[in-house]
Design a binder for this molecule. Structure first.
Ligand SMILES: [Zn+2]
Length: 80
């Protein structure tokens, strides 16, 4: 189950740490130097965690909804 962990370099001591994906976006402690930092998978830009992608989708839906209400002609003009 390689997907359960991702590797992140500790910003303080530079060692590679295996961080559980559960801790992504949360504060974790380096097991080597005890430094606290925020867990963030560098590959997560392509594959965002489910929560943030859901909220992004919800935000996009809101934007589309408000755009289609107030500016449908603007949107179709932009598309052309
Ligand atoms: Zn460290």
């Amino acid at each position: 189950m390689a997907a359960t962990y991702f590797v992140q370099e500790c910003p303080t001591c530079g060692r590679n740490l295996q961080v559980r994906v559960d801790y992504m976006g949360k504060r974790v402690v380096c097991q080597h130097c005890k430094a606290k930092f925020e867990a963030c998978d560098p590959t997560s830009a392509a594959y965002p965690p489910m929560e943030s992608s859901l909220s992004l989708l919800a935000r996009a839906d809101q934007l589309i909804e408000s755009a289609s209400r107030s500016g449908l002609s603007t949107m179709s003009r932009t598309a052309i």
